[in-house]
Design a protein. Structure first.
Length: 479
């Protein structure tokens, strides 16, 4: 019995967040009533002519650049022919032998996964099964013609877990490029997984199986684990893996045949005679490159190297591009206002307090307090006006009322007690009210001092400056 190695290559289809479809001006808005965002072009009526969308081409170029691909100055539109009710014109406009971009890479936990190609294509319509009384299947053409990029990875992945990490990194890359909302459930980020198994040490690839339509990270991992198990079982019992498409059954945690994989020539790809070749000049590539937002990986490295953030904080703050932008804006706003270590304090505050009140919907995030307002709050803490626990209260009120930290602190008298005489009065009260504890302290149990500090903080509603309380208590207890 030999040891086996899994080989995995993923093909990802990601919807580009353009306003209009790829070859017509129809809206791409999700959730519109069925068949309202349609026209002769995306319905596939005879004689209607497609016109490529510049916006979609620019977003696809952004994808290519974010993945380090070489954008091809000339690429070609091709018809991929097949019959299915969601494809009224009988072919999908895609790219085949001359794709938009070639040869990129994605770094996944120190492993380089090569990207073979990135190309543009239109989405098909959507079949809706059993949605109306008496109907079997209806077709919604709103999705027909929506622009997709297909990203084909080389078979460089070696485990189901690594494939999941690659997919997460790819989704992050597209979201940080602001071209895709990363929604696996709604299908705007879809993955087909190819997997084979071979004896460790062999360089030829084994026969592969394709698993289609995996709509969550968990499914990708579990489906691949199940399929790898199945293939090893076949090979160990002397059998042969069949080249086919299989689907994952969650309940049974196994894969079953769907249909035999068509050979590429069955699609009878040929250049679309309605469309001239796609030209992407250097000026366009430069323009897109200039506007491309900084990647999550680059931000993590920069924050750790120049701002002293931990890997954990950097990871949490790149959980969504809007949060990363918020943090960068806060660091900029803090310049000259917060001392050294300001970025770290902002990071601490953001990962604990701020993230609790953020809500995320695809590429959009609702962050209820601006970077500038949080910096103002942290300034008040730094100056000793507010204690850390008061800052949390004030922040909750900022979220609830939309008012600034300073306004809340002023109108509600939420200013830290730093008047020594006032604090001394409270300390004396506390000592008088706890004669038993005081006796224990005098008998040598000096850790009771902490109890007194706590009581003073309670009496002052957390407003007393803890350092000052400790000093005053030391003085009174020493006497
Ligand atoms: P097709 O032309 O049928 O789509 P490709 O050669 O383009 O096939 O490969 C499609 C995907 O399958 C790519 O992501 C690639 O990495 C992956 N792949 C190809 N061969 C194998 C294999 N033997 N094992 C695992 N993955 C593979
Ligand atoms: Mg393919
Ligand atoms: Zn249309």
């Amino acid at each position: 019995m030999s040891a086996w190695e899994a080989v995995i290559g993923l093909e990802v289809h990601a919807q580009l967040l353009t306003r209009a479809k790829l070859f017509c001006a129809c809206s791409t808005a999700f959730g519109a009533p069925p068949n309202t965002n349609v026209c002769p072009v995306c319905l596939g009526l005879p004689g209607a002519l497609p016109v490529p969308s510049e916006e979609a081409v620019e977003m696809a170029v952004a994808v290519a650049l974010a993945l380090g691909c070489r954008v091809q100055p000339r690429s070609r539109w091709a018809r991929k022919n097949y019959f299915y009710p969601d494809l009224a014109k009988g072919y999908q406009i895609s790219q085949f032998d001359a794709p938009l971009a070639l040869g990129g890479a994605l770094e996944v936990d120190g492993v380089t996964v090569r990207i073979r190609r990135v190309h543009l294509e239109e989405d098909a319509a959507k079949n809706l099964h059993g949605v109306a009384a008496g109907s079997d299947t209806l077709v919604d053409f709103n999705r027909a013609g929506v622009p997709l990029v297909e990203i084909v990875g080389e078979p460089d992945l070696r485990s189901a877990e690594q494939a999941e990490r690659y997919l997460r990194a790819l989704r992050e890359t597209l979201m940080f490029a602001r071209v895709n909302d990363g929604n696996l459930e709604e299908g705007s980020f879809r993955c087909d997984a190819n997997v084979s198994v071979r004896p460790v040490g062999r360089s030829e690839l084994g026969t592969r199986v394709e698993i289609k339509n995996l709509n969550s990270f968990r499914f990708v991992r579990r489906a691949l684990q199940a399929e790898i198990r199945r293939q090893i079982g076949i090979l160990e019992s002397g059998g042969q893996v069949v080249h086919e498409t299989r689907g994952y059954r969650e309940g049974l945690d196994d894969t079953v045949p769907q249909r035999t994989k068509e050979q590429a020539h069955d699609y009878r790809y040929f250049p679309d005679p309605d469309l001239p070749e796609l030209r992407v000049d250097e000026a366009l590539v430069r323009r897109v490159a200039q506007r491309l937002p900084e990647s999550a990986a680059s931000r993590r490295a920069r924050w750790q190297q120049t701002l002293g953030l931990t890997a954990y904080d950097a990871q949490v703050l790149t959980g969504h591009p809007a949060i990363a932008d918020w943090f960068d804006a806060a660091v900029a706003a803090a310049e000259g206002r917060l001392g050294a270590g300001g970025p770290k304090r902002i990071a601490n505050f953001a990962t604990t307090e701020l993230l609790r009140v953020v809500s995320i919907d695809g590429l959009r995030a609702h962050i209820p307090v601006s970077p500038d307002r949080v910096v103002e709050l942290l300034e008040l803490v730094e100056r000793g006006t507010l204690s850390g626990s008061m800052a949390k209260d004030v922040f909750a009120r900022m979220v609830a009322t939309g008012r600034s930290a300073r306004a809340i602190a002023e109108t509600e008298g939420l200013v830290q007690l730093s008047d020594e005489a006032a604090i001394e009065a409270v300390c004396r009260q506390v000592l008088e009210a706890h004669p038993k504890e005081l006796a224990r302290f005098r008998a040598g149990k000096t850790n009771v001092a902490g109890f007194f500090v706590g009581q003073v903080m309670r009496q002052t509603g957390g407003r007393a400056q803890p350092d000052l309380v400790r000093r005053v208590l030391d003085r009174l207890l020493g006497a």
